[in-house]
Write a protein that binds this ligand. Structure first.
Ligand SMILES: [Zn+2]
Length: 574
């Protein structure tokens, strides 16, 4: 049983930077700032809940007031440190913007900020969930941030970076705290378990990491509940009983049954899950994470993508990823539509059974919009301390692509593609190809020369420009997911605006995949032979879906034909 009365998350709040789980790069920067006594008047920590934003803020506040800091860490021994640890200091103020709109608090700060600190060197204002401040409070805060007294420091923390006014962000040194990595989180879990007199089974630790999705707060809550029902050993078996979790082996079996069309088995399995009281959301989301890992691994063959699974568990699994994507789409649909409906497992089963009758489609009717990352360049990303290689950029694209639903409501039609193909501007194609090549250019060490540009244009990586007309770019990708990914980005107006800046012109962009490209080649050849190729239209609009019914199956040397007709203006080689 548990020794501690208060929650684990509270009793194991770190007192020094060294005890914080994860965020090594951010911590190094903060420690150096303490050591050199050089830091801006406002810091901003962004990141999901439970990643340690408030802990870092408190430790930093303590460290800069500490009388004898050790390597940038607070000593926890001097009077200031002790007062801070007991919550008795008169120099550190914590404001929770979530509990009220903050107007009074900010006004209070404005009135008192100029008064010198007592005992310590700095007055530190920690404003948690700062995005919840009202407009009035933000304006008042901005005034204070513009001309803060030398002895004042503001530490802002938020889970919702996008909701902050740009004027506030631009006055802060911003740190983007990523999810806590598996090793750091599991190390911390083991430390806490051991300290409480328990032994944490490796597989149980891994499952807790998986459940908590990188949030230490959630992870410690799971650990705590597991401790309550355990004597000494914290086992995966107990964890699964406690939280009604389906074992990994069952989930893998389900995916295999679906891939192999064993729908009878799937139906029988679903008859048991509800009776066992499994949690629907957890079940669906964990299946999604498993699929994401499989897809990433199958495309890259890189076992670094496997955190939850092991490579030998996936031996002999199909390497064609379309089947996995189809299952993921069903899961996403069922998850979204089941929220609040109570249909849950029944809906999921029905959704999955559709795989029986419908082959994976090139396009679907539903759109889930996720704007490309708008995080400002100013944010200090932990990953940015390594100069990225092209492989890293590719993997990043893949990871982003596979974590969002790849369906889109706008289909590139054959007619659109033809419209570009019949009015090719060879010079423009060369220039655009060159622009893109420059984006992803690498130096001798295989590092990107312009990583930020490459990230911005990540969706174009590995695409091949087929043709450029006066108003359109036709680009092809080998993989459907890459095609869908660019198409997905193109739904966002901000992204479109960035593109026209990049290309110096407004282009409509038509991404197509290999299948569409093959159909296009046939269509072009057929129409060229029949002399029915369309005339190029400026501002071409077309709403029909991509069709191949009317195509001649007769392959008549498309490459030769295009070369004869259009010369070197198109790129049609495989
Ligand atoms: Zn101290």
């Amino acid at each position: 049983m548990l020794k501690n009365k208060s929650s684990l998350y509270r009793s194991y709040r770190p007192d020094t930077f060294s005890e914080v789980a994860g965020h090594k790069n951010v911590i190094t920067i903060l420690q150096n700032e303490v050591k050199n006594n050089a830091f801006p008047h406002a810091l901003l920590f962004t990141g999901q809940k439970g990643t340690g934003k408030t802990s870092l803020a408190r430790i930093f506040a303590k460290a800069i007031n500490c009388e004898k800091p050790v390597e940038g860490n607070p000593c926890n021994d001097c009077l200031n440190c002790q007062l801070s640890n007991q919550g008795q200091t008169a120099n550190i103020f914590e404001i929770d913007a979530a509990s009220n709109n903050g107007v009074d608090e900010i006004r209070n700060i404005k009135e008192n900020v100029s008064i010198l600190p007592l005992g310590g060197r700095y007055k530190v204002y920690i404003i948690d969930e700062v995005h919840m401040l009202s407009k009035g409070a933000f304006n008042a805060l901005l005034k204070t941030l513009e001309e803060p007294p030398k002895h004042a420091l503001f530490i802002l923390a938020t889970t919702e970076f996008a909701k902050l006014p740009a004027t506030i962000i631009s006055r802060c040194q911003a740190f983007n705290l990523q999810k806590i990595d598996q090793t750091s989180l599991i190390n911390r879990l083991n430390f806490v378990a051991e300290n409480e007199g328990f032994v944490l089974e490796g597989k149980a630790a891994q499952e807790i990491y998986f459940l908590s999705e990188g949030s230490l707060r959630d992870a410690l809550n799971y650990l705590e509940q597991l401790m309550i029902i355990s004597d000494h050993e914290l086992t995966l078996e107990n964890l699964q009983k406690l939280f009604y979790l389906a074992p990994l082996s069952e989930k893998l079996q389900l995916i295999q049954d679906l891939l192999n069309n064993r729908f009878q088995t799937v139906i029988e399995y679903f008859e048991t899950v509800e009776a066992r009281g499994l949690d629907f959301n957890q079940f669906t989301l964990s299946l999604m994470i498993i699929l994401k890992e499989i897809i990433e691994y199958k495309i890259t063959n890189d076992s670094r993508f496997l955190t939850y699974l092991e490579a030998n568990e996936l031996l002999g699994w199909p390497s064609d990823i379309d089947g996995y994507f189809a299952i993921a789409d069903c899961l996403a649909e069922a998850y979204k539509k089941s929220q609040g409906s109570g249909l849950n497992f029944n809906y999921l089963l029905i959704s999955l059974l559709k795989l029986n009758s419908v082959k994976p489609q090139l396009t679907a009717t539903e759109t889930i919009k996720i704007a490309p990352s708008k995080l400002s360049q100013k944010v200090v990303n932990e990953a940015e301390y390594v100069t990225p290689t092209l492989t890293m950029i590719r993997n990043e694209k893949l990871a982003t692509a596979s974590s969002i639903s790849m369906t889109t409501n706008k289909t590139i039609t054959n007619a659109m593609a033809l419209n570009t193909l019949v009015a090719p501007d060879g010079q423009a194609r060369k220039e655009i190809t060159k622009l893109l090549d420059q984006c992803f250019a690498i130096n001798q060490n295989d590092q990107l020369i312009d990583p930020s540009k490459a990230r911005e244009m990540i969706a174009w990586c590995d695409g091949k420009i087929i043709a450029v007309s006066d108003c359109e770019i036709l680009i092809r990708f080998e993989k459907i997911w890459a095609t869908n990914y660019l198409q997905h980005c193109l739904q966002d107006d901000v992204y479109i605006a960035k593109l026209s800046e990049f290309f110096g012109k407004n282009y409509k962009v038509y991404p197509i995949d290999e299948t569409q490209f093959t159909l296009l080649k046939k269509d072009f050849a057929f129409k060229n032979k029949a002399k029915t190729l369309p005339i190029h239209h400026h501002d071409f609009e077309e709403v029909k879906t991509f069709k191949s019914d009317d195509l001649d199956n007769n392959e008549i040397g498309f490459e030769t034909l295009v070369k004869q007709t259009l010369g070197e203006d198109c790129e049609i080689e495989g």
